[in-house]
Design a protein. Sequence first.
Lengths: 268, 279
Amino acid sequence: MKGLNPAAVSEVTYTADEMMTVAAARVLRERMTCFVGIGLPSAAANLARATHAPGLVLIYESGTIGAKPAELPLSIGDGILAETADAVVSVPEIFNYWLQPGRIDIGFLGAAQIDKFGNINTTVIGADYEHPRVRLPGAGGAPEIAASCREVIVVVRQSSRSFVERVDFVTSVGYGSGPGDRERLGLTGAGPKKIITDLGVLEPDPATLQFTLTGLFPGVSAAAAKERTGWDLAVAPDPEIIAGPSPAELAALRNLQGGTAHPPKEHH
Amino acid sequence: MAEIVSLAEAVERAIHDGDAVAMEGFTHLIPFAAGHEVIRQRRRDLTLIRMTPDLIYDQIIGAGCARKLIFSWGGNPGVGSLHRFRDAVEHAWPVTLEIEEHSHAGMANRYVAGASGLPFAVLRGYNGTGLESLNGDHESAPTIKPITCPFTGETLTAVAAIRPDVAVIHAQCADLSGNVQLWGIAGVQKEAVLAAQRSVVTVEEIVDHLDPRAGAVVLPSWTVSYVAHVAGGAHPSYALGYSVRDNDYYVAWDAIGRDRDAFARWLDEHVYAVPAGQS
């Protein structure tokens, strides 16, 4: 009886979430400093550290700088983060001394809603703040991460409900209403450079700063991505077809998640 | 000088109906046992202050103890929503809950201002966010406003100080004189205690003398009102060196918090029917 070739199987068998996490991890480079949100961003940042960027510095808002968890934490303050960190500082210190002056290269954020200018909503769904349709968790560290990290990467599953023309509430500013807004608002970081979804990658058009589809995961069509976007999504002339996860990337990701009591979820 | 008393006595004496109470602990060292005692003593009309309401405030809000929440991130970390908090905001159940929301950086700086005896703190933050316009327009008491740097002319953001009536924290150790020591993720506990009029500290253990420990936060006895010995008083949060975070509890809470009846049963079985310090 012929056995399956495990390598061949692992090359082709992966979920859309795994592809998204792998693609997000690939953005991170050795020795970068990365302010990590919980959930999908944390999974991606830890995957990068477990594969091509072992010297990546993970910073969590709990004040753990240079955390090196061997398995994914459920929260941003699990004991494993403090025990493996280069330094543990107070919460005022992490925001005032470390984030605010622009010391951190990349902010890695999730979103409940995101718009074509990369503005993020994690506060309320519905136009009436006083009577929200859905009350979301709120801002956390995100507004200042989005303002002050040198660059921001957003990792979020794509749907026409979450990718909207205009967010119901601006929790964290991307490019505001377009070119010039970040400068006018005095935001020191460059803003969101990529939105990585379970379908592909969006990047801001250099002229309009509207997010444009520039990359697709294997087997995903631009039409499918447009279908799952609530604004009229522009598609780059020749979107890159992003390579699927390598066996090593998949194995490392599953190893990280295998160690967690529970895989990360989005908040909503 | 801190008095070393029982948990029930500490809550009885320090926390009164209508107080502004800050129970802090950033994922680590969350004072759950003290929170449960507040529910058990049926405090009402509290203004609850906390960066991450977490399960502790989900429980206190669900029990009907609060009329206002001041916070910056109200989710169940890594799991999802705080359903009692959402039910209060979305459906005014069990009572209407007024909210005042900030970012973490804003809340942290508000505590720093409170601890520093200043009326406000300055940061680069909120620019262009809905939080700024929402809070700046707040008719009763705005807590976010632009401020011009007197040296450079740059426009920065001022946030109003937080000065709670009571701060409640959990720590690893206190000594017999009531000096408190905590370490690991230290959050904003020092700032919360120093910003508050009164404070309650529950501890894993009371020792004869505190061992000096590099990097630990020490709150001298004369900055603390009451110390109560409550081993395991942070569960399902944790005390580094004593316990680990009970992630299964956080996951299981989702189903309990989601359902009003399941929550009422949980309150009866795990809070009202249990003596102070044992929930």
